[in-house]
Design a protein around this ligand. Structure first.
Ligand SMILES: Nc1ncnc2c1ncn2[C@@H]1O[C@H](COP(=O)(O)OP(=O)(O)OP(=O)(O)O)[C@@H](O)[C@H]1O
Ligand SMILES: [Mg+2]
Length: 356
């Protein structure tokens, strides 16, 4: 069988229902917008998949979603960021935002930015204080949209701007605008998604968001969901147990195992291979950061005996932040718990620390 025919014969792995999390989203959407929602969770826990499923399949007609994914977008500064918020519409000169919003609603596709006519975008970009005018445009646009539908603005992969260390001012201005759209005007639902929960915590304190936002956790699948997901793909009880031992409920990892099974590969081999990759990643990370190795080992050795721990102020926040950025640890800013990003990370940590 060629690679191509093998791929063709492979069953597409559909979205596995996440009833609990979807219910949490719907509850928020059902009420008047009043808080910004921070959607957070470990890497590859299925945040993006969940939100995409929600807006493409489950969102009733009365909502108008605007989904912006910052991953892979070229952002080096403030202007780039503002640019990314918009999807420029080159369809002729338009000055009347009200008519423009009505035309957008007639045929609303899932857009990757807030639609703006090119001429208005250019006008704003010539201005000195661009953010003021851009925010004013978004507010006007949403006002018009809200005559017919409830705008839902989703910013995914927020950590992209955290990695750039954009000055606090951008974050401050942006989130204050979001507070205006939610708490003050009750105009739009705002969801901000990221796996870098420490960055989220920083945004929370820098933009002074106490009482203005709520957190929604999208974690890896729990045991039951994992078993149902795998069962749906023909896994036996023993295969389920093996998958849970290696992958926990990490969707991306489970998908790999399902693919292995579908192509008559070995689930054990695939599990070992994924673990080996994780071990290598950890070893090279430590090698690249030799000067911090002792501290890294000391922090990670906590997970020798437990799967998660509580944050305490004796911990070196700088080091924790580093390990979060390296995608080794995940910190839940609400519960203040710390755990490895995945079951594979946990196994890798335990394996590697035995040998140092
Ligand atoms: N509910 C689901 N059903 C089936 N597969 C899923 C589900 N959720 C996630 N996956 C699989 O896991 C992969 C990773 O999920 P996704 O990209 O949504 O994670 P994420 O939390 O957004 O990751 P990141 O932290 O990198 O932003 C998806 O490409 C998909 O294959
Ligand atoms: Mg994502």
């Amino acid at each position: 069988m060629t690679e191509r025919t093998r791929r063709k014969s492979m069953k597409r792995i559909g979205f596995h229902d996440r009833e609990k999390e979807l219910k949490e989203f719907t509850n928020i959407l059902d009420s008047e917008p009043s808080l910004i929602t921070f959607v957070y969770g470990p890497i590859n826990s299925g945040k993006t998949a969940l939100v995409n499923h929600l807006i493409s399949r489950q969102l009733p007609e009365e909502y108008a979603p605007f989904y912006i994914n910052l991953r892979g977008r070229f952002i080096t500064g403030y202007e780039d960021f503002l640019n990314v918020l918009f999807e420029i519409d080159e369809g002729g000169v338009i000055d009347n935002i009200s008519e423009y919003a009505a035309s957008i609603l007639k045929d609303l596709k899932i857009v990757s930015g807030i639609p703006i006519p090119l001429n208005l975008f250019e006008q704003i970009f010539e201005k000195k204080d661009k953010s003021k005018d851009m925010f004013r445009y978004i507010e006007r646009f949403f006002m018009e949209i809200s005559e017919k539908r409830v705008p839902v603005l989703i910013i995914d992969e927020l950590q992209v701007i955290g990695d750039m260390k954009i000055d606090g001012l951008l974050i401050y201005k942006l989130f204050n605008f979001f507070v205006r759209l939610t708490k003050e005007l009750h105009l739009a639902h705002i969801f901000v998604i990221t796996s870098d929960s420490l960055f989220l915590e920083q945004v929370y304190s820098e933009a002074m968001l106490e009482g203005r936002c709520r957190y929604l956790l999208v974690d890896d699948f729990d045991y039951e969901t994992t078993a149902t997901f795998l069962g749906g793909h023909g896994f036996t009880g023993a295969e389920n147990a093996l998958a849970w031992e290696y992958c926990g409920g990490k969707p991306v990892c489970l998908v790999e195992l399902v693919n292995a099974k579908q192509s008559s590969g070995s689930i054990v081999e695939m599990s070992e291979r994924m673990l080996n990759e994780e071990v290598s990643r950890l070893i090279f990370m430590m090698a690249r950061n030799r000067e911090r190795k002792n501290d890294i080992v000391e922090t990670l050795s906590i997970f020798d005996s437990v799967e998660e721990t509580k944050y305490s102020d004796s911990m070196d926040l700088d080091l924790l932040s580093f390990l979060v950025k390296q995608n080794i640890l995940f910190l839940d800013p609400v519960e203040r718990t710390i755990k490895p990003q995945s079951q594979l990370s946990l196994l890798a940590i335990r394996g590697v620390l035995k040998d140092v």
